[in-house]
Design a protein around this ligand. Structure first.
Ligand code: ZN
Length: 204
């Protein structure tokens, strides 16, 4: 019984269709405005519960969920609630990811890194590095949406070279959102005469 995640994103206005400039500079006919799917707390809770169910089924032990701010905070908080564990976040200060605000991790604490969306996993890896530097163990990664560069648990797709997540740790996500991407020079939408728009700051 799988949840129709794409339908949920569409109904939330989080999956846009049109002609967009992605953070990479490439163009696409689809765009994930992933914060939109969490603006309804009931929907956020429902998505997080489904993600938690998949994680619990795999018997992964987790003490704490840690999210990279800002994008991951709501998803991480809801996932922590669904798992019944602690929720913390790391944030950027002068470009460097840091654990601030009195948050601490203990040596050996089992931490799951959670994002709203994983593209190549760059921010998630920065968060993981901070957590491990502080002596805790990163046991896995999770995201509500996966852009399809990294292989999520239960998927028969392969990990692409752009994926920055480690291959020896599980990555859980509700769905893959793989979009057609075009270089601006070869974009069929541009060729039809339409103009690409940039709907968000970083393509997520
Ligand atoms: Zn275009």
């Amino acid at each position: 019984m799988t949840m129709d995640v794409e339908k949920i994103y569409k109904e939330a206005g989080a999956l846009l269709e049109g002609h967009f400039i992605l953070s990479s500079g490439n163009h696409s006919n689809r765009y994930l405005q992933s914060a939109k799917v969490l603006e309804d707390p009931k929907r956020a809770e429902m998505l997080a519960k489904e993600l938690a169910r998949q994680i619990l089924e795999s018997s992964l032990e987790i003490d704490t969920v840690c999210a990279p701010a800002l994008g991951g905070v709501l998803a991480g908080y809801e996932l922590a609630r669904a798992l019944g564990v602690r929720s913390i976040f790391v944030e950027r200060k002068e470009g460097q990811m840091e654990l601030r605000r009195g948050f601490e991790v203990a040596p050996g604490e089992k931490v799951l890194i959670c994002e709203d969306i994983i593209t190549t996993g760059g921010s998630a890896m920065e968060a993981a590095q901070i957590i491990e530097k502080l002596g805790a163990d990163v046991v896995g990664f999770a995201a509500l949406a996966n852009r399809g560069f990294c292989r999520r648990q239960g998927s028969d797709k392969t990990t692409k070279s752009q994926c920055k997540l480690p291959h020896d740790k599980p990555f859980y996500a509700l769905a893959d959102f793989e979009f057609a991407m075009y270089s601006p020079q070869k974009c069929p939408l541009c060729a039809e005469g339409s103009t690409a728009v940039k709907p968000g700051s970083r393509g997520n």
